[in-house]
Design a protein around this ligand. Structure first.
Ligand code: 5GP
Length: 235
């Protein structure tokens, strides 16, 4: 792997061109960020944990019929994935009130929602990932209505698979963020699924076992992610 093959450097991962033109290599970093990059720390071991947890979750989704970009893990912190045209969208699904929903509507945290909420955000660090609606996504040419509907259905399906998956390891799946891309005309799940992009709470004490421990200075992120990995492996 050489530096001249670097395609993209993100807050938590670097992306390199792989040998095959239609594949890329994702290298997970030990960096934790919050507040759109304003809070930043190097936490040794974090990259390996994110990569391993994401591999377990993606493999489970693949076994259950979800199409994803994952080809294989090359090491404990590197993944070979399909090169897609990524929609510049963050798709957030919420089962339980928390985070920005609680701040926006000044509601109590920890309430089970009558049904899952799906929200879209336009991916832009410069603009702080603004909320975007389906009409704007379509009118601005970001995705057509058929693609948006497919993404919503796939997100709901993933939620139905992941709620019991995390429950078996004694976690409540509060919310999560997904990203999708197009590969050969087909929409597939990309990016990662780790405690960096979801909220999971211990079923018994509702303690956060995700990046909120870093965002809110509530505990040791690496130890928390180690516990998550262990419980997912043991379940
Ligand atoms: P909230 O809108 O409450 O801040 O976040 C909802 C969910 O989406 C949380 O699980 C959070 O971790 C995830 N999420 C929201 N924005 C981002 C983002 O820019 N990056 C990552 N990795 N996750 C995000």
């Amino acid at each position: 792997m050489t530096e001249d093959k670097l395609l993209y450097t993100g807050k938590a991962k670097n992306v390199y061109q792989a040998e095959n033109d239609d594949e890329v290599l994702i290298v997970y970093k030990d960096q934790a960020t919050a507040l759109n990059g304003k809070k930043k720390e190097i936490l040794p071991g974090k990259g390996v944990l994110d990569c391993q947890i994401s591999q377990i979750v993606f493999n489970y989704l693949i076994e259950n019929g979800i199409k994803t970009h994952l080809v294989k893990n090359l090491s404990d912190h590197e993944q070979l994935v399909k090169k897609t045209q990524v929609f510049p969208l963050e798709v957030v699904l919420r089962n339980i009130t928390s985070g920005s929903l609680v701040r926006k509507f000044q509601i109590e945290e920890g309430q089970k929602l009558k049904e899952p909420i799906i929200e879209f955000y336009y991916k832009s660090d410069a603009l702080d990932d603004p909320v975007i609606n389906q009409s704007q996504i379509h009118a601005l040419g970001i995705a057509d209505n058929e693609d948006i509907e497919y993404i919503k259905q796939e997100t709901l399906k993933i939620n139905q698979l992941l709620i019991p998956f995390f429950a078996k390891a004694d976690f409540d799946l509060v919310d999560f963020k997904l990203e999708f891309g197009k590969y050969n005309g087909e929409i597939i799940l990309v990016d990662e699924f780790s405690p960096d992009n979801c909220r999971i709470w211990n079923k018994n004490d509702h303690h956060s076992m995700d990046k909120d421990v870093f965002r809110k200075h509530e505990g040791n992120l690496v130890e928390t992610y180690q516990t998550v990995l262990q419980r997912l492996q043991d379940k």
